[in-house]
Design a binder for this molecule. Sequence first.
Ligand code: ADP
Length: 334
Amino acid sequence: GRLVEPAEDLDDRAAEAALRPGSLDDFVGQRAVREQLSLVLEAARRRGRAPDHVLLSGPPGLGKTTLAMIVAAELGQSLRISSGPAIQHAGDLAAVLSSLEEGEVLFVDEVHRMARPAEEMLYVAMEDFRVDVVVGKGAGATAIPLHLPPFTLVGATTRSGLLPAPLRDRFGFTGHLDFYAPDELEQVLRRSAQLLGVELTAAGGAEIARRSRGTPRIANRLLRRVRDWSQVRGTGVVDADAARAALRVYEVDELGLDRLDRSVLDALCRRFGGGPVGLSTLAVAVGEEPDTVETVAEPFLVREGLLGRTPRGRVATADGWAHLGLRPPLGAPL
Ligand code: ADP
């Protein structure tokens, strides 16, 4: 799995926190989601009630955690943070829920990875603001209802389809985050460069934006790596030359594919002749969970037109073959 990315050191974490926009106005791109969310929040504010639960879906690094923080900030409430993998027993969730104060925002990242019994407890908590605490064992076990103050759950998932329908249905609003356009990433980079005190030229920003996989987190990370390169080997300025040289060192290719993207495409072409090949077979070939291949690598490869999904499996496109510098064999399913 990719819970912790190796490139993410402490310095990166700190930088990431420092670069998070703090309000909807500072949040770049995602216009539809921003407008929808601001209506949900404004209406709740006017009613003086906690807003409906919010589900945010989309690939990693597109701003789900940031939006959860913004929801809390815009409501003037504090944010409590948890994650699906951390909630493996109903008791874990009961502890979190019972400590919530009125109006607080609870963020559960990777909400699709919660254990089943916890999931069922969450349905009830979301709908009735109640937790049934089971006391005792066997025939003598009784459920004691514990009433919760109204709160707002913000759930994040890499794909809303991964959520069981009963859970999905209890969110009053679902926002889908999509990859960012290059000009939006340039805007993110300009803002970040200013906050970091880095001199970034327009061409430097464009070069980094183009190769950031449509993802603000990656754009910010590459900005810091190019800054490193420029401070050590260049003039200190982040311009197009520095970006190109640094990204060569860090093996970020022309389209910004990362190691997982490339190994998926590579396996698809070299080992499976361009497909069609099933998701799980492809995942085994690259040593990853099918879920990771499907929700992290594929959306970007599909968007770039390098990979196609067909009913019979994944296929490499003509551009996919070309990107690896290969010619498709005769009869490849393009
Ligand atoms: P996710 O939770 O979807 O994995 P995050 O919210 O942690 O993504 O975002 C990763 C980083 O990218 C954040 O530190 C933030 O600085 C930056 N970021 C994400 N979305 C935006 C945006 N719309 N505008 C500016 N910066 C953003």
